[in-house]
Design a protein around this ligand. Structure first.
Ligand code: PRP
Length: 210
């Protein structure tokens, strides 16, 4: 498993505003979009491309185009939905599939309540979007769905992660081609399964239920 933690002052600045409890939902939503575009740039560094010949006004040359089959982008509902637009702005030809997962507040294990993914993901590169990698249960579950359908490699893009969550995904996904791109690696999980220092509940802060 490869882990890449973004180290960029703009990302850290935007994350700081996002973490601030006084930041209201509309600002929170637009910051998630901005952060996503910055992280998507990093996360797509290994997107597969194929040579493409074109004619410029001066000569012919060989460039590249995103290879077929198209990448699949999978936001984990709810909170991952806030990251989707930032990703599709950068990779407009990607296909989008959906996974709805919610954590049980007591056991912290995720249940899947919605799934709309292509049946066959053979040879597909997949990108999972979820702002929070807390215990890692949701991300592991989502990645398992994709590999079970034949995905080749899966890259997750998360705003915040924990050492505990990374460890769990690494253990669960052993032997798989997995990359995790994080805006920041936080200190730890607390006894309620929240990331510390974190930013609270991303779904609630995005969709105004607090
Ligand atoms: C949150 C978050 C992740 C998950 C992370 O979702 O958005 O999906 O928990 O926790 P984990 O790493 O411990 O699995 P939540 O269940 O609160 O649903 P929501 O996105 O609908 O708010």
């Amino acid at each position: 498993m490869r882990v890449h933690v973004a180290d960029h002052p703009l990302i850290t600045h935007k994350l700081t505003v996002l973490r601030d409890e006084r930041t209201p939902s509309p600002t929170f939503r637009s910051l998630v979009g901005e952060l996503m575009t910055l992280l998507a740039y990093e996360a797509t560094r290994n997107v597969r491309v194929t040579p493409r010949e074109i004619r410029t006004p001066v000569t012919t040359t060989t460039g590249v185009a995103i290879a077929e089959p198209r990448p699949l982008v999978v936001p984990i509902l709810r909170a991952g939905l806030g990251m989707l637009e930032g990703m599709t702005a950068l990779v407009p030809t990607a296909e989008v599939g959906f996974l709805g997962m919610a954590r049980n507040e007591v056991t912290l294990e995720p249940t899947t309540y919605a799934e709309r993914l292509p049946d066959d993901l053979s040879d597909r590169q997949c990108f999972v979007l979820d702002p929070m990698l807390a215990t890692g249960g949701s991300l592991s579950g989502a990645m398992q769905f994709l590999f079970d359908r034949g995905a080749v490699d899966v890259t997750a893009i998360c705003l915040l992660g924990t050492p505990e969550g990374l460890e769990r995904v690494e253990r669960d996904m052993e032997g798989r081609d997995v990359t995790i791109v994080l805006g920041a690696l936080d200190e730890r999980l607390n006894e309620h399964g929240f990331i510390v220092p974190g930013l609270g509940d991303a779904g609630d802060r995005l969709y105004g239920t607090v």
